[in-house]
Design a protein around this ligand. Sequence first.
Ligand SMILES: NC(=O)c1ccc[n+]([C@@H]2O[C@H](COP(=O)([O-])OP(=O)(O)OC[C@H]3O[C@@H](n4cnc5c(N)ncnc54)[C@H](O)[C@@H]3O)[C@@H](O)[C@H]2O)c1
Ligand SMILES: [Zn+2]
Ligand SMILES: [Zn+2]
Length: 380
Amino acid sequence: MKAVVYQGPFTVSVAEVPDPTIEAPTDAIVRITTTNICGSDLHMYEGRTTVEKGKILGHENMGTVEEVGGAVNRVRVGDRVSVPFNVACGTCRNCVEGWTGFCLRTNPTEGMDGAAYGYAGMGPYDGGQAEFLRVPYADFQLLELPAGTEHENDFTMLSDIFPTGWHGTELAGMRSGDRVVVFGAGPVGLLAAHSAMIRGASQVFVVDNKPDRLALAEKIGATPVDFGRADPVEQILDATGGRGADSGVEAVGYQAHDASGEEHPELVLDNLVDSVRTTGGIGVVGVYVPQDPGAADDLAKEGRIGWRYGQFFTKGQRMGTGQCPVMRYNRRLRDLIVAGRATPSFLVSHELPLEAAPDGYEHFDKRDDGWTKVLLHPGS
Ligand SMILES: NC(=O)c1ccc[n+]([C@@H]2O[C@H](COP(=O)([O-])OP(=O)(O)OC[C@H]3O[C@@H](n4cnc5c(N)ncnc54)[C@H](O)[C@@H]3O)[C@@H](O)[C@H]2O)c1
Ligand SMILES: [Zn+2]
Ligand SMILES: [Zn+2]
């Protein structure tokens, strides 16, 4: 089959690789209809992870079940399914408690709980930017979707970024009526804003400096805040009578940059502490890493980030972090899509055949104007 393979910094190729096979009786093989490029893939693409050459990328996958192992009896061949990005067993302590992003059994890497498809440090699983994908623990993992092709571009957000955006608001302890600030108007930030609105926010601010992304935020009814124009903290304090937002979501990650493009891993954490009110909550879904050898300063190379923890403590704020446990939310988010209450497809800018993945990676990585979310359709 054809698959998108990591070759080295800023290079992916579409290569011919062996088809996946059923390795355990609990596996299924999914024929991929849509697989997305994610901001998380860009950390690998830019050479800022330990991902090995030859890895098949892609953790945002959906399609139809092609084959099932002998122990799979809930999911059937032909079912249309969304594949949560977390590879999870369903029976360990964390899975049973709903924290499938921290499955205790699926990642053999010493000291790492939680696994994912096609991702650095997240276990030996191939990604789904390919014609087919092997899915372990298929009965537990696969989310059934209504048959047909309707809502394809909405349902494709269920594997990661819609649940992740929702999780950001949940980690922040957001309540209806809150004024919410979201840092980052990438796909995750825009879907955190969409989630906050569905959950009854009274106002949602979205901070970025990319005009096309801020325009999308405005289109869904959020208040865009351009950090290139003025200090975003001042803009939010001004707009909230000096009080600050009730809750905040971090949807940028460790490669946060200032208006000149220079990276400062502490910048958005500091901005959140300063723009969220005392006793407010902060949900961090933007990725931070235990080691970042490519960082500019020595502390950040060791994963140490000097953020305003003292001010965070003094303001009595709360913070939640980590990979999204997709299965905690994906059923209910699917139902919101079917009911017409959620339309996460609003951010899709490009739909490409698998062969065009190198081009898609290049434009999305440069955050080129109008490249807000790229979907790949293998076999199209
Ligand atoms: N926790 C999870 O489970 C999970 C899942 C998916 C993605 N992620 C992470 O979420 C983050 C966002 O993903 P994405 O796909 O939206 O990526 P993205 O890179 O497209 O979006 C990030 C956005 O942040 C903006 N930005 C940079 N510096 C900023 C600053 N100082 N203030 C405000 N905005 C700033 C960029 O301009 C960009 O638009 C990434 O770190 C990704 O790895 C986490
Ligand atoms: Zn993703
Ligand atoms: Zn588990």
